[in-house]
Design a protein around this ligand. Structure first.
Ligand code: ADP
Ligand code: 5GP
Length: 186
């Protein structure tokens, strides 16, 4: 069966944004679900493109209005999946890809158990650290927090995560092709 919903999860810095950006343009029927977050925008991030950037009060209001499929606190900020976009995109006959942390994915599954899970792994912890630093977007304390959380996230994903697919993002082009194959599986 062709999946209509795909959830990508990865430790921060494993490369899921890079992979998604590289591949999604080949799939006009797959739309990226833009999350709401209370995290501050990184340089180059645009409101309504990378995230919907919210204050804590605005985010709380979204929760109270039942506007989110799921939400979670990740690395000290809130992140959540807007409900209306998924519902509308599916109603239009299109498919949706999400970027969720491994804990948020559990709550997402309660609403959309049929979604296909894709876990993206870095080739090693050392490479993950290099990529987080190389990205140049985060302060040292943020990098340390994300590295510490990476271990917990991956242990949790192995134990409880429902991921049909795993991609080791070593060679970018090879990993991108694996993602294309998953998205085009019949
Ligand atoms: P994530 O969205 O998972 O946090 P990013 O997509 O921002 O990760 O990638 C983190 C950094 O690693 C970026 O600087 C990106 O250019 C780099 N990167 C991603 N994939 C690869 C790869 N296969 N080989 C080398 N560098 C990569
Ligand atoms: P970043 O700050 O690096 O963009 O994202 C940090 C983490 O938040 C990543 O693990 C990413 O998958 C996760 N994330 C992004 N959007 C959402 C969302 O809507 N819900 C949940 N649960 N996690 C999200």
């Amino acid at each position: 069966m062709k999946h209509k919903l795909f959830v990508m999860s990865a430790a921060s810095g494993a490369g899921k944004t890079t992979l998604k950006d590289l591949v999604i343009k080949d799939f006009p029927d797959i739309k990226y679900s833009i999350s709401a977050t209370t995290r501050a925008p990184r340089e180059g991030e645009v409101n309504g493109v990378h995230y919907f950037f919210k204050t804590k009060e605005e985010f709380k209001k979204l929760i109270e209005e039942d506007g989110l499929v799921e939400w979670n606190e990740v690395h000290g900020n809130y992140y959540g999946t807007p409900k209306s976009f998924v519902e509308q995109t599916l109603a239009e006959g299109n498919r949706v890809i999400f970027d969720l942390d491994v804990f948020g994915k559990i709550n997402f599954d309660k609403v959309y158990p049929e979604a296909a899970g894709i876990l993206i792994l870095p080739p090693s912890e050392e490479v993950l650290e290099q990529r987080l630093r190389g990205r140049g977007t985060d302060a040292e304390e943020v990098i340390q927090l994300r590295l510490a959380n990476a271990k917990k996230e991956m242990a949790f994903a192995k134990e409880h995560g429902k991921y049909e697919y795993t991609i080791v993002n070593d060679d970018l082009q090879k990993a991108a092709q694996e993602l294309r194959d998953i998205l085009s599986a019949k």
